[in-house]
Design a protein around this ligand. Sequence first.
Ligand code: HEM
Length: 136
Amino acid sequence: MSDDASTGSDAPSPYTQLGGEAGVRALVDRFYDLMDLEPACAGIRGLHPTTLDGSRDKLFWFLCGWLGGPDLYQQRFGHPRLRARHLPYAIGIAERDQWMACMQQALAECGAEPALAERLHAAFFNTADWMRNKGG
Ligand code: HEM
């Protein structure tokens, strides 16, 4: 995985394909709603602050750039240093898989085309797997 999920070709970016800012916002909101609601994701929900408003904004800003749209996260915080920023949280296979379950369902529910959903699933998985910082 490079710095973002775009291909560098002339094809529309995943950001555009998802519907731009409104589409990415809807994806992130669904993702965190699922994390909040699904008992199976209580493990990673417990790593997050009580209110998810700030987490929603940060993931939204980050994903806009990562999906090939405007670099809203970088403009605010500089380089994401994503792995370093996750080191305070113990992330293993269970946490990675809970995160992926929420994202996979959110992608499906937000109406992403199957080919796009499959491609993004692979890119998210690589990034989530790279975030692991503990055994198990
Ligand atoms: C592998 C499982 C993951 C877990 C358990 C996890 C958990 C967390 C937690 C607890 C926070 C802090 C939330 C807050 O301060 O409001 C966070 C922040 C963040 N996460 Fe994750 N995360 C995971 C994977 C990912 C992935 C795959 C991405 C991107 C594709 C991502 C992007 C972010 C971003 C952009 C932030 C904000 C960083 C900051 O500025 O502090 N995370 N994550």
